[in-house]
Design a protein around this ligand. Structure first.
Ligand SMILES: NC(=O)c1ccc[n+]([C@@H]2O[C@H](COP(=O)([O-])OP(=O)(O)OC[C@H]3O[C@@H](n4cnc5c(N)ncnc54)[C@H](OP(=O)(O)O)[C@@H]3O)[C@@H](O)[C@H]2O)c1
Length: 331
């Protein structure tokens, strides 16, 4: 089969012939029709990720058709259009992943290929209103956003919600999910154009995080926030504490700007804030997210579609930060 191979740190992706995966019991072989990029794929290529092994096939997001299954009991899956839950080995505790938890696409070969093998319990029916390209856009980013916004931040109808970096894959799902919940959604972004696009989706307002006093302006615009979902950390964090309302919740799932800057702890405890981290999501959350996408007829925002062999050009677009939504590979 054709696949995109990463041979080592800082190497460009190459398009190559590799052997078809061999199925073990409990697994299915999925013919991938579309896959999508996550920032994780860029961290891996740059060597900034744990547990690297080479050569490898990356890709956590995939939508396709089940070609065959290892066990007779799973035969009903054959021929079905599916999306794949990339959370492997979450384990029995819904609150936290098990020690052997991994994400599809490192260390297990992923979806940047014509075929991928996957446990059948991680298969879900593709939402009928979505193309394969749209369906491939939601698994990892949607799951991360769903758990961060709904399970961890407990966002609900009428909450004022701030999503930072609205152009990102996860952030944009948070925007779409929060709008579907009936929250008053505001965004930050490094691009005016991306703010305008978020407003067209239903956000009430936004501000460019490159402005010095962006946090004061967005607080004035909104009256402060019940929920903030962030992936930047760094010197953003202290500002988020300032604009969070008393009893508000700040959830972060990434740290694009690095370690937290210093802040005043008293602001956190006096305002009774909840500050928490969130990573990916469990199997129930994936199933709930698929139902949520079906119920609210959410269409993932696809930024750009490249053919599989142009995976290197696709990740360079992500590195330049040009995207609004998901960068997809068509296979
Ligand atoms: N813990 C988890 O389970 C998990 C899951 C997925 C992702 N992540 C992490 O979350 C981060 C985003 O991932 P992604 O796949 O959504 O990335 P992505 O699609 O490449 O988007 C990059 C994001 O960074 C934002 N950004 C860049 N500079 C910023 C700044 N100065 N202040 C605020 N935001 C800034 C961008 O906002 P604009 O484009 O709007 O400027 C955009 O939202 C990455 O660090 C990733 O590793 C963690």
């Amino acid at each position: 089969m054709k696949a995109i191979i990463l041979e080592g740190i800082n190497k460009p992706f190459s398009y190559a012939d590799v052997a078809l995966p061999t199925l073990e019991t409990g697994e299915a072989l999925v013919r991938i029709k579309a896959a999508a990029f996550n920032h994780r794929d860029l961290w891996i290529q740059k060597g900034q990720y744990a547990g690297l092994r080479f050569p490898s096939i990356q890709g956590s997001d995939g939508s396709g058709i089940v070609e065959k299954v290892a066990d007779e009991k799973d035969i009903a899956w054959v021929g079905k259009e599916v999306v794949i839950n990339p959370s492997l080995n979450w384990g029995n505790n819904p609150d936290v992943q098990a020690k052997d938890y991994i994400i599809l696409g490192m260390a297990q070969d992923g979806t940047f290929a014509e075929y991928v093998k996957i446990k059948t319990n991680l298969l879900h029916h593709k939402p009928g209103h979505l193309s394969h390209e749209q369906a491939a856009a939601f698994p990892l980013a949607g799951l991360t956003g769903y758990r961060a916004l709904i399970t961890r931040a407990k966002a609900k109808y009428g909450d004022n919600v701030l999503i930072t970096g609205a152009g990102g894959g996860v952030a944009l799902f948070c925007v779409q999910f929060a709008i579907a919940l009936g929250c008053n959604v505001y965004v930050t972004s490094g691009s005016e154009d991306k703010i305008e696009k978020a407003i067209l989706l239903g956000a009430k307002g936004g501000i460019n995080y490159k402005k010095e006093n962006w946090h004061k302006e967005i607080q004035q615009m909104s009256g402060g926030f019940d929920v903030i979902v962030d992936s930047s950390c760094g010197n953003t964090f202290e500002k988020l504490v300032d604009i969070c309302k008393p009893a508000g919740r700040i959830v972060f799932y990434g740290a694009t700007l690095g370690a937290f800057n210093s802040g005043i702890p008293a602001k956190i405890f006096w305002k009774q804030l909840t500050i928490c981290g969130s990573t990916m999501g469990n199997e129930n959350e994936f199933a709930d997210m698929v139902s949520f996408i079906n119920k609210h007829e959410i269409y993932p925002i696809v930024d750009f579609i490249y053919p599989l062999e142009q995976a290197q050009a696709a990740i360079e677009r992500m590195e330049r930060g040009e995207q609004f939504g998901k960068i997809v590979l068509k296979i």
